[in-house]
Design a protein around this ligand. Structure first.
Ligand SMILES: [Zn+2]
Length: 626
């Protein structure tokens, strides 16, 4: 080898290593802020062409970022849609098809994957439905901090108990960022405000008094403005990635749907999506190709130089940022929410300018001619229908593979939700009234729903619950009985029927329905306790003992179950055993009148008159001090 060549090679190596030092892979990973705005229709945002609302923060973000005009969510309900945003999976793939369904550990979330890249992660939610301790189990995975709601709230108001105003949510996020300045950060900030009921604070309540939904949007935008100002002031804005997206839209009466969840029309599936990139990249770009909120997760991972999981239904939006791609992506829609009410679930595909909705009465819309989806062009032999069915079948089989289950049967015998939407609007109104402690309004609305459909199990159960709370036990038992007849596997309706019957002193009836409920779901602690009490009332202490023992297996420390068990033992004449456990319990329950009452009985049964007298006196004293 000639010396010249060696020198030459060395020179190249030096140049290469100098280049590597300044290569993009060495730049620090960007802070990432995912902002989801609940119930936000794309066509109710100012930068999307709507003049009825001022959304200066979203407009400014669009100026600094890439705005997608045709973005679609695969689900019209909050938890399902957010699970898709966090995992990049379709609802049938991640399995969170209703509230309270846990997000399985087998599906990694964007938070987990970014945390593995040394991101500092936190989530700030605006609604209790995304609380990971109750209605959104598993959503907190990968977050160092997840801003759940307080477990016990003394307030009857919805604020702080069910919902947080956007300004509270962003203040929590800002406080956390101030206390955790070390980056890179991944924050998910969820602004719930545009979700109904529409109650924006002043001045939005005044400015928008004739269209309060828009008032909520304007208010949520002001919270976003507060957050962005914070990011700018703390120097985080310039090099950050910020994604702002709606989780789903709102019916606003279109197709007779007041809110969202039942249908898959554009009114509830077309959402705004804005991606601000680090530095000036993509600023002001507008992408008109059809994309999906499913694509958010793979995009964030690519921007953080992290690899995406193999199993995903979405794809990175990177090719659109610099105009490399204009290809439309097929948008699938799924809603199992109608199943909650006993109606058929829906599936849809939006592709090549048409939308097909799979329903008991299928629908096909020619979107360029009919963007409002008013004229159903469905014909079984239509090539577009055949293509859509093939696409949906493919998605179903892919989802079944991901879930490790067989392809679910289509439930075509159930009613078409199109025939039930008026009833659903009433059920929803009643639910909000009940949540807001307006039981009379809720009852009135449920009775209207029952006038439309006397066999609505949801209406019957909700009415029963309100009557149970109001102390109208005969009516409550009647409504729960009717609900359980329509849905014989509804363990909760049967339990509530048992509660109502016990109050009316129909102990035999209560026993039968509680046994039936526990046969369906054996692990119901409250039902075990109540059934123990019912058996005591029926003078069957042995059966009562079984129930209290079963309750203690479920909750070993339960004072109520221990007292019930002692009561059953006393009734059976097993005084020594009862006295022993009551004495032990009295050390930690020194102020429990019922305990000393039972202890008096046990001593009396044992012939210990003095101790019985003392215990009885103490019981009397404690109950008069209450
Ligand atoms: Zn939502």
């Amino acid at each position: 080898m000639k010396p010249v060549k060696v020198l030459h090679t060395l020179y190249i190596v030096l140049i290469l290593s100098a280049a590597a030092a300044s290569a993009p892979s060495k730049t620090p990973p960007p802070d990432i802020f995912l902002i989801t705005i609940d119930t936000l229709r794309a066509d109710h945002v100012h930068c999307y062409g709507y003049t009825g609302v001022a959304t200066p923060a979203l407009d400014a973000l669009a100026k600094d970022g890439v705005r997608f005009t045709q973005a679609f969510t695969p689900s019209p309900i909050t938890n399902t849609s957010h699970a898709s945003i966090l995992t990049g999976l379709l609802p049938g793939s991640h399995g969170v098809t209703d509230f309270g369904v846990p997000l399985s550990v087998s599906h990694p979330t964007v938070a987990e994957l970014l945390k593995a890249q040394n991101y500092h992660t936190a989530a700030f939610i605006g609604a209790v439905i995304l609380d990971s301790k109750s209605l959104a189990p598993g959503f907190d995975r990968g977050f160092d901090y997840y801003d759940n709601f307080p477990e016990h709230s003394s307030t009857k108001s919805r604020w702080g108990r069910l919902e947080r105003r956007g300004m509270d949510v962003v203040e929590h996020a800002e406080n956390w960022l101030s206390k955790h300045p070390a980056g890179p950060h991944f924050l998910w900030v969820h602004l719930y405000d545009p979700h109904d009921p529409y109650e924006p604070p002043a001045p939005y309540s005044q400015v928008y008094k004739d269209h309060l939904y828009d008032g909520e949007i304007a208010y949520a935008d002001s919270a976003l403005a507060h957050f962005i100002t914070y990011l700018k002031r703390s120097g985080m804005y310039g090099n950050s990635v910020i994604v702002a997206a709606g989780d789903h839209g709102e019916g606003l009466g279109e197709h007779h749907e007041d809110t969202h969840g039942i249908f898959l029309y554009d009114s509830t599936t077309h959402v705004p999506l804005i991606v601000k990139l680090p530095g000036p990249r993509g600023a002001g770009a507008v992408v008109t190709a059809q994309v999906r909120t499913l694509d958010i997760m793979p995009t964030l991972l690519e921007l953080a130089s992290a690899s995406a999981p193999q199993k995903k239904d979405g794809d990175s939006l990177e090719p659109y940022f610099d105009g490399k791609s204009e290809a439309a992506r097929p948008a699938f829609g799924e809603t199992d929410y109608p199943l909650r009410f006993g109606w058929a679930p829906l599936r849809s595909v939006r592709s090549d300018g048409f939308k097909f909705i799979e329903a008991p009465r299928p629908e096909l819309y020619d979107l360029p001619l009919d963007p409002a989806e008013m004229t159903n062009k469905y014909e079984p032999q239509d090539a577009r229908v055949e293509k859509s069915l093939a696409m949906l079948a493919e998605v179903r089989s892919k989802e079944a593979q991901l879930q490790g289950s067989s392809i679910p049967a289509q439930e075509s015998s159930l009613p078409d939700p199109k025939d039930k939407i008026e009833e659903q609007n009433l059920l929803h109104t009643a639910m909000i009234a009940a949540e807001d402690n307006r039981p009379a309004d809720a009852c009135k609305t449920l009775e209207k729903a029952l006038a439309l459909d006397p066999k609505s199990p949801t209406a019957l159960r909700q009415l029963g619950e309100l009557e149970l709370q109001a102390g109208d036990y005969v009516q409550a038992a009647h409504h729960f009985k009717a609900a359980a007849e329509i849905r014989p596997d509804d363990a909760v309706a049967l339990f509530h029927e048992g509660q109502a019957l016990e109050k009316t002193r129909d102990l035999g009836g209560a026993r039968d329905v509680l046994e039936a409920s526990l046969k369906l779901v054996p692990g119901q602690f409250e039902a075990r306790l109540l059934l123990g009490q019912v058996y005591l009332g029926l003078k069957d202490p042995a059966a009562a003992e079984d129930q209290y023992e079963a309750a203690l297996l479920l909750q070993p420390g339960s004072v109520e179950a221990q007292l019930g068990l002692a009561d059953a033992q006393i009734t059976k004449g097993n005084f020594a055993e009862a006295a022993q456990s009551l004495q032990a319990l009295s050390k930690v329950q020194a102020k429990n009148a019922h305990l000393f009452d039972l202890l008096a009985k046990a001593y009396s049964g044992l012939g210990k008159k003095t101790e019985a007298q003392q215990a009885a006196t103490k019981a009397k004293l404690l109950s008069s001090n209450k």
